[in-house]
Write a protein that binds this ligand. Structure first.
Ligand code: TXA
Ligand code: MG
Length: 323
């Protein structure tokens, strides 16, 4: 375990990444399982550590807009507007890739997803790696494939201990759900995954520049895996081990709890918050805590789909989907 506030530990993290090793890194959304995106062997080992299919592409994290542009063959007006408005921040941009991005990172695709994360520790690592010639840090969320994304260093340790070389502890993640992914290969842009920047904010920001965004039909948990543009949009994803049931109203949650308990089931009710930003910040640690209680059933309340509520709903619906 390395400390994000410790200069010597940060230098060690850079050195490990530069040598092709795997380091879990803090971001404002969730922890990432980081590898030098310029090192093919390191990238391959990310898929092995995570247990993730190699066709399932990784996000490339970079230090600033200029480094992102260098990886794009076609940096569109919406990409530029969104990058300037939200980076560093919980927004990821899908763009056509240059040959500087290894096809191993993108699962063989001609596109790449790039993002400038908003956490001082990973920005320090990125600046140091760029100086050494790296295109950035390729990092999926630092959980085993199919399980809940980690928002603390302890979550990473419980999922990946023994499979990675180090964890850089930068505290609990401020946003708590993954970045919003926007397809900026064409106009209008399209939201592929709701996340840490709300759909309303993205629409308003683009509208100010005479640009538009559409919300992909794939979101909200009804996606067909084969056709999905972002392979991470599997219906069952981000799932706890315990069965999860979700409802739209508190009355339904209360009824379901009463019924289950009447049948002798042990139930955990997922804590929620009327503020969608608070709900999202605590969502994954709350799910993990419920999961660890050894109950028979977890019951959750779906927030309204405004603000970060859209992302929370999306993750809860996926976590509740039949496996
Ligand atoms: O907030 C986040 O985005 C976090 C932090 C670590 O940055 N990362 C994250 O990565 O959530 P991951 O790998 O768990 O999810 C990335 C999603 C996946 O659904 C992946 O399929 C999609 O982005 N993706 C990445 N590159 C893509 C590409 N070229 N085309 C389509 N989808 C892509
Ligand atoms: Mg993930």
């Amino acid at each position: 375990m390395l400390g994000a506030d410790d200069e010597a530990d940060l230098a060690d993290a850079v050195d490990l990444l530069h040598r092709g090793r795997l380091v879990a890194v803090p971001t404002e959304t969730v922890y990432g399982l980081g590898a030098d995106a310029s090192n093919d062997e390191a990238v391959v080992s990310v898929f092995e550590a995570k247990g993730r299919p190699k066709t399932h592409p990784l996000i490339v994290h970079v230090a600033d807009v200029a480094h992102a542009r260098m990886l794009s063959r076609n940096w569109t007006p919406s990409a530029e507007v969104l990058a300037r408005a939200y980076w560093p921040g919980p927004l990821s941009i899908l763009t056509e890739r240059t040959n500087d991005v290894s096809p191993l990172v993108t699962g063989g695709r001609d596109t790449v997803v790039v993002r400038v994360p908003d956490h001082p520790a990973i920005l320090r690592l990125l600046n140091a790696l760029h100086i050494r010639g790296s295109v950035g840090i390729a990092a999926p969320s630092a959980n085993r494939f199919g399980s809940i994304s980690p928002t603390t260093a302890a979550h990473v340790l419980s999922d990946l201990d023994g499979r990675i070389d180090a964890i850089l502890d930068g505290g609990a993640c401020r946003v708590g759900v993954e970045s919003t992914i926007v397809d900026c290969t064409k106009e209008p842009a399209a939201i592929l995954r709701p996340g840490g920047v709300s759909v309303e904010d993205i629409s308003a920001c683009l509208a100010e520049h005479g640009l538009a965004v559409v919300v992909s039909d794939d979101i909200s948990g009804t996606v067909d895996t084969e056709k999905a543009v972002a392979p991470g949009m599997l219906r069952s994803h981000y799932a706890p081990h315990t069965r999860l049931l979700v409802f739209s109203t508190q009355a339904e949650v209360d009824d379901a709890q009463r019924e289950a308990e009447a049948c002798g089931k042990r139930v955990a009710v997922l804590p929620h918050d009327d503020d969608s930003y608070e709900y999202s910040r605590n969502l994954y640690s709350s799910l993990r805590r419920c999961d660890d209680q050894g109950v028979d059933l977890i019951i959750g309340l779906l927030p309204r789909p405004t603000g970060l509520g859209a992302a929370v709903r999306d993750r809860l619906l996926k976590a509740a989907a039949e496996r």
